[in-house]
Design a protein around this ligand. Structure first.
Ligand SMILES: *[C@@H]1O[C@H](CO)[C@@H](O)[C@H](O)[C@H]1NC(C)=O
Length: 392
């Protein structure tokens, strides 16, 4: 099991991308192409036989390679080249979300993200290209927002990872921000651990040994957070199948070192969201997928999950008319190893990445993702009607 955990975590580290020699060759190639195209265009326009010919098409990407429609990796290469000349944008974390502090070097160590200058030093406010403001820590009278007027080049990022059910509408924020940073796919900066495709099939994956049928870790059981739907379903389900419970809500606190091994030891894991919203599913489904367990999800419709996870990697409660038939199906899979194994076929071509599990690590991925984004996108942008977007 220990070995497995280290494997999981090493999966987080991305391979380095750029190769400087390759890049300068590429650059030379681009310059040559541009020179050729320009001289050819000049010759063409000069000797053009007819005035009715359409003017040569203006291709800004040929003149300014930095603004071309290149692939992300090509862009990354360009940027790593210009790294020496162009300064990294400053990303100022205005408050530590929920006071969960971490070392900014984690972005490099965990995700190989190192292209912005992350800081929590408010003394850099006037130079900061971007400022992250965490929604839940904003005071109702807005008195702890960064000062106005803000420097004209500065963008404010709205960071929020809760679902609309658990979001307070603090008045006055509607037209203040430039970029949104959220679990939602349609945010300016979406935050999520994704499955990564692999070309060479991985045949090494072995389903971990199981000694429990269905497990569920529940830390939050506060009725105000919308947990009713899942509790009603759970009560019904537990009449027909045995569920092993863990977590604060059941006074069986799981040490974080035991999180992945425990998930791995269960055949199924209840990935039940506290409230049901588009794209609102993250670590609850990612955990079992990364651990080698079949998630049984309760949340937005199956189609929404299938934007991120293959259809045959999870079971959706809505696939069944009621909890009883779901329980029957799980019992059936428990008896039929071959059918159970089909739920892991995706592992051949896709690699899951375990998410960080300490509570104090909750915002690391979001902040690192923001760092990478602001380094690649420096465009002007205003974001209006924040709540219309978030609540509708
Ligand atoms: C950021 O958004 C604010 C509010 O809409 C706007 O006034 C400001 O000009 C924007 N700045 C940048 C750099 O995008």
């Amino acid at each position: 099991m220990e070995q497995q955990i280290t494997d999981f975590f090493s999966g987080l580290i991305r391979p380095k991308m750029s190769n400087t020699n390759g890049s300068s060759l590429l650059r030379l190639g681009v310059i040559l192409t541009i020179t050729c195209v320009i001289s050819l265009s000049v010759v063409f326009v000069w000797f053009s036989p007819s005035k009715h010919c359409p003017p040569p098409i203006f291709r800004p990407d040929l003149i300014n390679p930095a603004k071309s429609n290149k692939s992300v990796s090509e862009k990354a290469e360009d940027e790593s080249l210009s790294d020496k000349t162009v300064e990294k944008p400053i990303l100022l974390l205005w408050v530590w979300p929920q006071d969960y502090r971490f070392d900014f070097s984690d972005c490099k160590n965990l995700y190989n993200i190192d292209n912005c200058h992350l800081t929590d030093d408010r003394g850099l406010y006037n130079e900061a290209d971007n400022v992250i403001v965490y929604h839940r820590d904003i005071q109702w009278d807005l008195s702890n927002l960064p000062p106005s007027p803000r420097p004209p080049f500065q963008r404010w990022l709205w960071l929020h990872l809760e679902s609309p059910t658990n979001t307070k509408r603090i008045p006055g924020l509607e037209n203040l921000f430039n970029l949104t940073l959220s679990y939602r796919q349609d945010a300016d900066i979406p935050v999520r651990m994704k499955l990564i495709t692999r070309k060479k099939p991985d045949d090494k994956f072995v389903i971990p040994k199981k000694d429990k049928l269905v497990c569920w870790i529940v830390s939050n059981n506060d009725p105000s957070t919308g947990v009713d739907t899942r509790n009603v379903f759970f009560r019904e389900l537990s009449k027909y199948i045995q569920v092993t419970l863990f977590g604060r809500a059941y006074a069986r606190f799981l040490d974080y070192n035991d999180y992945y091994p425990t998930l791995a030891s269960c055949k199924f894991y209840l990935a039940f969201e506290n409230s049901i919203h588009k794209d609102y599913f993250m670590e609850k489904i990612n955990g079992p997928l990364a651990a080698g367990t079949v998630p049984v999800v309760l949340g937005p419709p199956r189609r929404n999950y299938e934007n991120y996870y293959p259809a045959e990697s999870f079971i959706h409660v809505n696939d069944f008319p009621d909890a009883k038939s779901l329980a029957e199906y799980l019992h059936q899979l428990d008896r039929d190893d071959n059918a159970y194994q089909q739920y892991f076929n995706w592992r051949k071509h896709l690699t899951p990445s375990p998410h960080l599990i300490l509570q104090t690590q909750e915002f690391i991925l979001a902040i690192c993702t923001a760092c990478d984004h602001v380094a690649r996108h420096r465009e002007y942008k205003e974001f209006h009607d924040l709540y219309d977007w978030y609540f509708n």
